[in-house]
Design a protein around this ligand. Structure first.
Ligand code: HEM
Length: 746
């Protein structure tokens, strides 16, 4: 039984001695962990709790933690396997060679005498080192840094009027795998770089795999895929010194953006708070490109996809994102995994904007094939068609998150492509790059990529072929295999190329006139933001250009910004020490309130509350507070001067002032503040980053000494700790206290 104080059960997962877990009832233990998850600080590295002494009794490999799972077992050709997920992992109690022979030694090479040379005949040595030498595969050329989770999508039936895809049938539940990513950084770069985030979803539908490969920003930098290498080369580190890593604050990026002005709209989104999300769970997702759908009656429509997070859209502030990059470069992937582990399953509604497929691909004067443009929700509402829940962490990063291969051309009957020139280029690019990244043409057979339906493609051979095909006639037509496999008839739900009308024209490399307007939508975005969001955006551009070396790049960009908004351009110019640019005639646009993320209040699932304490703090009260924070669906982290337990109590200390940094906490509740610099920094940063701060009355002097204005908005106090939680919850529901006046950072 886990220890208790004032009725609180503290984190102590069912402890399973390493040599006896198999004997204990693992299923019920796993269930128990799930039940207890709500009162456990997430992050335990494994499903078993190790003992201090090196284990001496062989056991089978430990099962995954209750929150983890691999892909559901299917054959390379799509049949459900009658085995458990664990059966896909290594088996047995003894270390073996790759061929399954048991090994008695793995710590020493085979040598000619104890001090003699190593023998070439040591196959175990060579096999072990050779495999290690080949552990790495090329990282993605873009979106290399990612984190992923398994889940389900449940349709509400609303999309059946526009699409005959079975995945949209009311009540239909479909397994999904979602990978979130940054675009620019290498695989080891920090999570919180200012960047666009990828939001790619693989739906394992009964009709084949459907991939919705989108971003957290609704528009893109370029209008034609042929410019993709240009924008990426400009954005990646400079080719000579390979700096800066995972950042757009450098000359080549702004040189390109200021010369290729169709990129301005996406750049403004990146410079807005959308570029520095608080959590992957708190991002919108967008299909960006326009797709085509066809319903059971054969009518087609054009659509844009939206993912709406149930937790709202929230961001860090820039200084916080920068600190996070150093203090916890894995911030987003940790947050996603921890939330799922503690049962705070992130959810998104999938929505559709639907437009007539009348051959024009225009809506209210906006070209639906120009992905630098969005369609405001105020003129084309988003219809919710289902809900996605992410509820399982991957059990192996490489097998799942790294080897997953998304492709915008993985479509199912009822969903098709449009003539969007970006989408058309993407249809070529993903398969092409995956051939190299995943080492050959059979990567669809990697477990995470296997369809959950029959695969009978007549593709044969190639590197890493794991299917054992039968038959002698992998060609069509044939008679030797009885004509099989047959082509599907209309009644067999085949993929359809929607017979859309294409307007004839001359072969040309020109773009349409409707792609010419590069500034009215960036202006709409700017005007739609609240004052605080506008300030953040202007600061972000000032920061990025301030990091550029070339004066010409700065001047040119400021001149371009004048086409968006004179105040924006003048503010940035002022910060850079440049004259304000000449005003230009600006587009007359309506703001779209839906584009501001500072609207309403939101659930608190998985938010982290830091509880500042010292060894002398009232442990009973803190114990009650810990319990109440857990009950509110959040994670309490007690910070004290040393690890272990608070004095004379069973209250776990989760962090010390040595390991804690403000970026981890959405709000602080202060029992006591020790006279150490780290505690003062913690409070100062939380205050300047607009986080809710609540304190016990007798901590007022110490908190004030840390530079916190006790009269500022969002700083509250009370006689006891648990009583403060309700106020903190109210403040947190709005994410941050934006009305608080804080000292200027620079
Ligand atoms: C609408 C614009 C675009 C969006 C929303 C988008 C989104 C994404 C996402 C989310 C990923 C990461 C997938 C994952 O997690 O594995 C990705 C990867 C990639 N994208 Fe795009 N992308 C866009 C445009 C393009 C274009 C125009 C090209 C090339 C012509 C391109 C080429 C690639 C490549 C090569 C990868 C790496 C794929 C892999 O290695 O598996 N993307 N993109």
């Amino acid at each position: 039984m886990a220890p208790t104080v004032t009725g609180v059960t503290f984190r102590k997962l069912e402890t399973i001695a390493i040599d006896s877990w198999k004997e204990s009832d693992m299923t019920s233990s796993a269930d128990k962990k799930h039940q207890d998850a709500a009162h456990v600080v997430p992050g335990a590295p494994n499903s078993i709790t190790p003992q201090v002494e090196e284990p001496t009794t062989p056991t089978d490999p430990a099962p995954p933690k209750p929150d983890q799972s691999g892909p559901t077992p299917h054959t390379p050709t799509g049949k459900k396997l009658p085995v458990e997920q664990e059966d896909l992992a290594q088996q047995g109690r003894f270390l073996t060679t790759a061929q399954g022979a048991r090994l008695a030694e793995t710590d020493h090479s085979l040598r000619a005498g104890e001090r003699g040379p190593v023998l070439l005949q040591d196959h175990h040595l060579r096999e072990k080192i050779t495999h290690f030498d080949h552990e790495r595969i090329p990282e993605r050329v873009v979106h290399a840094r990612g984190a992923a989770a398994h889940g389900t999508f449940v349709a509400n039936g609303a999309a059946t009027s526009v699409s005959k895809a079975g995945v949209f049938e009311k009540g239909r539940e479909t397994e999904v795998f979602v990978r979130f990513s940054t675009v620019l950084g290498s695989r080891g770069s920090m999570d919180t770089a200012r960047d666009t985030r990828g939001f790619a979803t693989k739906f394992y539908t009964d009709e084949g795999v459907w991939d919705l490969v989108g971003n957290n920003i609704p528009v893109f930098f370029i209008q034609d895929a042929i410019k993709f290498p240009d924008v990426i080369h400009a954005s990646k580190p400079h080719p000579d010194r390979e700096i800066p890593q995972a950042q757009s604050a450098h000359d080549t990026f702004w040189d390109f953006i200021s010369l290729h002005t169709e990129a301005v709209h996406h750049t403004l989104w990146n410079m807005s708070d959308r570029g520095i999300p608080r959590s992957l769970r708190m991002m919108e997702g967008f299909g960006v490109n326009t797709y085509r759908m066809i319903n059971a009656e054969g009518q087609s429509s054009l659509v844009k996809f939206h993912w709406k997070p149930k937790l709202g859209v929230h961001s860090q502030v820039w200084e916080e994102a920068q600190i996070t990059g150093g203090a916890d470069p894995d911030f987003h992937r940790r947050d996603l995994a921890d939330a799922i582990e503690s049962g705070a399953y992130p959810q998104w509604d999938l929505g559709l904007q639907v437009f007539p497929d009348d051959g024009e691909a225009m809506f209210e004067g906006i070209d639906l094939l120009d992905d630098t443009k969005l369609i405001p929700e105020e003129i084309a509402p988003v219809h919710i068609v289902g809900t996605m829940t992410l509820n399982r962490n991957p059990s192996n990063y490489f097998a799942e998150t790294e080897q997953v291969a998304f492709h915008p051309g993985h479509l199912v009957p009822g969903i098709d492509v449009s003539e969007d020139p970006m989408l058309q280029g993407r249809l070529f690019s993903y398969l092409d790059t995956q051939l190299t990244r995943l080492g050959g043409p059979n990567f669809n057979q990697i477990p995470i990529n296997r369809p959950h339906t029959d695969v009978n493609d007549m593709f044969r051979d190639g590197f890493h072929q794991t299917a054992v095909h039968k038959g002698v006639a992998p060609y069509h037509p044939n008679s030797l295999d009885g004509g099989c496999p047959f082509l599907a008839g209309a009644e067999d739900a085949p993929l359809i190329d929607v017979p859309a009308e294409i307007r004839q024209g001359q072969i040309t490399r020109k773009k349409p006139a409707s792609f010419d307007d590069h500034f009215s939508q960036p202006r709409m975005f700017w005007l739609s933001l609240s004052e605080v969001e506008q300030e953040h955006l202007a600061d972000a551009i000032s920061f990025e250009l301030g990091k550029c070396y070339e004066q010409a790049v700065k001047e040119r960009t400021v001149a371009v910004l004048a086409n968006v908004d004179q105040t924006l351009a003048a503010t940035v110019a002022g910060n850079l020490g440049l004259p304000a640019p000449e005003p230009v005639e600006l587009a007359d646009v309506e703001p779209s309130p839906a584009l501001s993320q500072l609207r309403g209040t939101w659930p608190l699932d998985g938010r982290q509350v830091g509880i500042l304490a010292t060894e002398n703090s009232p442990a009973g009260e803190i114990g009650e507070l810990v319990s109440a924070v857990f009950d509110a669906g959040m994670v309490p982290l007690v910070i004290s001067t040393r690890g272990g337990k608070l004095a004379d109590s069973e209250v776990d200390v989760s962090r010390t002032y040595l390991t804690a940094r403000s970026i981890e906490f959405d709000a602080l509740i202060v029992a006591d503040v020790p006279p150490v610099a780290a505690a003062r920094v913690l409070l100062d940063e939380a205050f300047r980053h607009h986080k809710a701060i609540a304190l016990r009355e007798d901590a007022r002097a110490a908190v004030a000494a840390a530079g916190v204005d006790l009269d500022a908005d969002g700083v509250v106090d009370g006689a006891t700790l648990p009583a403060l939680l309700d106020e903190v919850k109210d403040l947190l529901a709005a994410h941050r206290v934006w009305t608080r006046e804080v000292p200027a950072q620079a």
